[in-house]
Design a protein around this ligand. Structure first.
Ligand code: PLP
Length: 362
């Protein structure tokens, strides 16, 4: 089925796969012959139970999550986790944060409310800094593996050799590529970038990190409590989990370049990013300022060298059916977020618009 919808480059909440939206629409009034919308079901009934179980199993399979990790469906978003992680993992002790951009900077300042936080290294937002000053007695090290605003991505997870657990905020590239769980203690991500609607936060936590929450940790945010209650200590975000579950099924069946599932979506993400960065680098009219070794496959900030053309660029791109290309206010310029659900055709359309715009205004 081909779409006539515009291409949506929003950084989040962001584009969802059209087949998923169509299925949600078709099931809106009556899910699976139950006579109820998913929004109207008890979270403890067998219908929602089956939705949650399938979502968790599919997610575990897609990301090859090891058996000693629990998957939690929470609320509070990435910013909520900036508090929930130190409340659960810091034990009131030391936390090292590597600052690679806006989101990890926010994580460091929130964790300061609960722990002794040290910035282990700080980049400019255009690269991953070297020479991390890590403390062997830290409770964990926090990194943001894809800086949504700056467009900086870790293409390999750091291998910490001192046994300190690594916590990753992977909100904006979760499910765009595999995760090397051997290097991770805890991963979290809000759903609204690459996974589903806003309101669901996914947490993957290694079992040995459960059970150390501070007394002041709200019970509903205690990972051990949430895990022991299969994400149903309190009412989970049922509709969002349902939509995310449909996204997982879409991903499992995704075919591209002779590959299937996560490998297929990763390959398409690589191809989309190569197309867009290739055009930017080949142009004297546009530029991306992030070091090539850590450019994000998901969020591509770029600038028109003549910034007086910004308004015209945004107006014309929108009129062409290319939506939400304005950059984050802290960075300026433009940003194209090209998450899993963005097609190759969408990026091709963006690239040809940009070439055409350059020809007319360059
Ligand atoms: C969007 C985002 C957040 C914040 O998510 P909220 O759901 O708004 O709390 C945190 N970290 C990263 C990397 C993000 O992209």
């Amino acid at each position: 089925m081909t779409s006539s919808r515009p291409f949506n480059f929003s950084a989040g909440p962001a584009v969802l796969p059209e087949p998923v939206l169509r299925q949600v629409a078709a099931e809106m009034l009556d899910w699976g012959g139950s006579g109820m919308s998913v929004m109207e079901m008890s979270h403890r009934g067998k219908e929602f139970g089956s939705i949650l179980a399938a979502a968790e199993a599919d997610l575990r399979e897609l990301l090859a999550v090891p058996a000693n990790f629990r998957i939690l469906f929470m609320q509070g978003g990435g910013l909520g986790e900036n508090a929930i992680v130190p409340l659960n993992l810091s034990r009131g002790g030391k936390v090292d944060v590597v600052v690679t951009g806006s989101w990890s900077r926010k994580s460091a300042s929130e964790a300061r409310r609960y722990a002794d936080v040290q910035v282990a290294a700080e980049g400019t937002g255009r690269e991953i800094p070297r020479d991390w000053q890590l403390r062997d007695d830290a409770a964990y090290v926090h990194v943001c593996t894809n800086e949504t605003i700056d467009g900086v991505e870790f293409h390999d997870l750091p291998q910490l050799t001192n046994g300190v657990p690594l916590v990753i905020d992977c909100s904006s590239h979760l499910l765009s590529r595999p995760i090397d769980w051997s290097r991770v203690g805890l991963a979290f991500g809000g759903a609204q970038k690459n996974v589903g609607p806003a309101g669901v936060t996914l947490v993957f936590v290694r079992e040995d990190l459960l059970g150390h929450a501070l007394d002041i940790c709200p019970t509903a945010f205690n990972y051990e409590t949430v895990a022991n209650n299969q994400s149903m200590y309190n009412t989970p975000p049922t509709f969002g989990i349902y939509v995310a579950g449909l996204v997982f099924q879409w991903l499992k069946g995704f075919d591209y370049a002779g590959k299937r599932g996560l490998a297929a979506i990763e390959q398409r993400n690589i191809d989309k990013a190569a197309l867009l960065y290739g055009m930017l680098d080949g142009s004297g009219f546009y530029e991306n300022r992030v070091a090539p070794s850590c450019r994000s496959r998901m969020n591509v900030p770029f600038f028109l060298k003549d910034e007086s053309l910004n308004d015209a660029f945004l107006a014309e791109s929108k009129a062409t059916g290319l939506l939400q290309l304005k950059g984050h206010k802290s960075v300026g310029g433009m940003r194209a977020s090209i998450y899993n659900a963005m097609s190759l055709e969408g990026v091709q359309a963006l690239v040809s618009f940009m070439k055409d715009f350059e020809a007319r205004h360059g």
